[in-house]
Design a protein around this ligand. Structure first.
Ligand SMILES: [Zn+2]
Length: 139
């Protein structure tokens, strides 16, 4: 079982899931995503996923359930395979460029898809030819 070194479970699941599952919520998240988040943190510095624990607005940036306004049945967030990241010391665009430039080597080997043209970094570990560039889903 993989638990993140740099993230607490409340940063990756919404409040209702945290309340119901507590630490068992780690089991709802793909370990490849969790490993990737730690790798991103080590490469690019502090990352915000969910921040509701500290009074912030973000609660749907990791696992999403049907209560989310952005819920989609087949979203990678629904399966615990995606996270939307904001970086303290760099921008999502810089990180995106860097990851795409490195995609042939072993860095970030579980990142299989990246969302383009958004101000956050969406990474996911879906089953596909890597690295797939996806456009944001329309609401
Ligand atoms: Zn996303």
């Amino acid at each position: 079982m993989y638990k993140c070194k740099y993230f607490k479970i409340h940063e990756l699941v919404p409040p209702a899931v945290l309340k119901e599952k507590g630490e068992a919520a780690w089991e709802l998240l793909d370990e490849r995503l969790l490993e990737t988040l730690d790798q991103l943190r080590e490469h690019y510095g502090p990352i915000t996923v969910n921040n509701y624990h500290w009074g912030g607005q973000r609660k749907w940036s990791g696992l999403r359930t049907k209560e989310s306004p952005d819920y989609k049945l087949y979203s990678q967030h629904t399966f615990g395979r995606a996270a939307d990241c904001l970086f303290k010391h760099t921008t999502a665009e810089e990180v995106r460029k860097d990851i795409l430039a490195k995609c042939s080597d072993s860095d970030f080997k579980w990142i299989n898809a990246i969302e383009m043209e958004v101000s956050w970094l969406h990474v996911d570990v879906r089953n596909c030819e890597r690295i797939k560039k996806v456009l944001p889903a329309k609401r």
